[in-house]
Design a protein around this ligand. Sequence first.
Ligand code: 8YV
Length: 314
Amino acid sequence: MGNHSVLQVGPLKPSLAHTLAVDYAAAVLPDSSAERADFLTRRGAEFTAAVTSGRTGVDAALMSALPNLGAVINFGVGYDTTDVDAAKTRGVGVSNTPDVLTDCVADTAVGLMIDTLRQFSASDRYVRAGRWPVDGNYPLTRQVSNTRVGIIGLGRIGKAIAERLSAFGCVISYHNRREVADARYTYAASPLDLASNVDVLIVAAAGGESTRGLVSKEVIAELGPRGYLINIARGSVVDQDALVEALLDGRLAGAGLDVFTDEPKVPEELFDLSNVVLLPHVGSGTEQTRAAMEALTLRNLDSFLKTGTLVTPV
Ligand code: 8YV
C-alpha cells in the first residue's frame, strides 16, 4: 500500500479497531491532549488516511496537524463532527456509510414513535414495579395509526420512515432544504409550518451548522400540548433546553429521543416522565447493520489506499 499510513481517531467498533491495527498497522491518536500534541508533533506528517466515527470526527485543527492527510473515512452516515469545508480546502476526501443503515434507523424511528405514543416502555416499568394488581389498568395512551406525521429532512432515512408510516395509514408531510421532486408527500416551507399541521414531528435531518436549532422553541410551541417530537438524527437539530422545559411544563405531549446535544449526557429531569422515551443512540445498532457499516468503512479505506478515490464520498 505504498507509503500510506493510517490513523484511528476516537473509539471505533472493536472489530474495526482490531482490523485497522492488525491489517493496516494503524496508529491510534492518543486521548489526552498533552500526549496528543506530542504524538502529532512527532508523527503527524506520517498519516494519509484517518478513520473515525460521527462521535469523534476530524476537526480543522486536527486536519492541520496532519499535513499529508488525503482522506477522512467516517464510520456512520452523519459526519457533522468532521470539518468538511476545511477538508475541501485542503483537498482531503471525506467518506461516510450511507444506505446500509437506512432500514435500521428508520425502524428505530417508527419503534420510538410507537413506544412514545403508546408508552410501552413506561407500561413495562408499571408491570415490573408490581403496580398492575395494585393500581389497576394502565392509563389510556395515543393512537399511532392514521396520525399526521411531519418529517424534517426527507433524505434516504426520512423517506424510509415515510414509507413505513404510510403503511400505518399516517398522513405524511415534510420539510426539507429543497422540495423533493418525486415525493408523494405534502411539502411545508418551514419547520414552523410543518409543526402547525401535524401530531408527530420526526427529525431525520443531517446535523451540523446548517440545521442547528431548526426545531426551535417556537416550533416546539407550535407542536403544542397534543404534539410529539421524535428525534433519531442529531441532538443539535433541536433546542434541547426548550424541549426539556416544554416537556416538564406539559406544553408538549411527549418525546422519543435517540440522540442528545451532549452524548452520553441525557437531561435527568426527563427520567421520571412516562411520556418520554430515552434511547442511548442505538438507531443503527444491530449486528447486521454495524457489520455492513464496518465493511463499507473498510471498502472506502482500501479504495483510497489503492486508488486514491473513495467509494462513498460525501
Ligand atoms: C452511529 C450514527 O452510531 O451513522 C450515524 O450517523 O449516528 C450512527 O449510525 C455513529 O455514527 C457511530 O459513531
